[in-house]
Design a protein around this ligand. Structure first.
Ligand SMILES: *[C@@H]1O[C@H](CO)[C@@H](O)[C@H](O)[C@H]1NC(C)=O
Ligand SMILES: *[C@@H]1O[C@H](CO)[C@@H](O)[C@H](O)[C@H]1NC(C)=O
Ligand SMILES: *[C@@H]1O[C@H](CO)[C@@H](O)[C@H](O)[C@H]1NC(C)=O
Length: 140
């Protein structure tokens, strides 16, 4: 038992030391997603990711009611993508992968929260690690 505690403490120290394990470049807070158009999700891998073993990501969008958006640990809404990701080096913007999705008529209009969920193993243990990035958007 004791070693499990130590490992999880180490893992959180590693997570802090490495800073973020993932960044959401797009969409950003305040973006408007137009029905009938594509929107781009840019998933960025920050540098110094040495002890992170990638599992995958999920990209999802959920409607907000009366200004209240569901927490990602409670409800993700429409899952647009779930699977592995393979960031590649770009001349500008470093390591990232873009995903493109059409905004169809089926999307409910109004305020929504876009969530990037990241699943990985972290640290020397390693231990499972999940984190979220989000952006408040509007579907029109
Ligand atoms: C959306 O992306 C698809 C696939 O890349 C493309 O075929 C289509 O023309 C795009 N639609 C718009 C409105 O840009
Ligand atoms: C990826 O998406 C971002 C944000 O929309 C954009 O700035 C960048 O040019 C895109 N990269 C490629 C290779 O299309
Ligand atoms: C979105 O992210 C911010 C900052 O991490 C957090 O405070 C907020 O609770 C998140 N909101 C949702 C709906 O996930």
């Amino acid at each position: 038992m004791k070693s499990i505690v130590i490992v999880s403490v180490l893992a959180s120290v590693v997570a802090v030391a490495f800073g973020q394990t993932i960044e959401l470049g797009s969409p950003q807070n305040g973006d408007v997603l137009q029905t009938g158009q594509n929107f781009t999700v840019q998933v960025i891998q920050p540098e110094s990711m040495a002890s992170v073993f990638q599992i995958g990501i999920a990209l999802s969008i959920d409607n907000c009611n009366n200004g209240v958006c569901p927490q990602p640990t409670q409800q993700l809404g429409d899952v647009l993508y779930a699977g592995p990701w393979a960031p590649t080096a770009h001349p500008q913007g470093g390591f990232y992968q873009n995903f493109t999705f059409p905004i169809t008529d089926e999307f409910t209009k109004g305020p929504a929260v876009f969530t990037l969920s990241h699943f990985c193993l972290i640290g020397a243990g390693p231990v499972p690690y999940t984190e979220f990035r989000n952006a408040s958007v509007t579907i029109e």
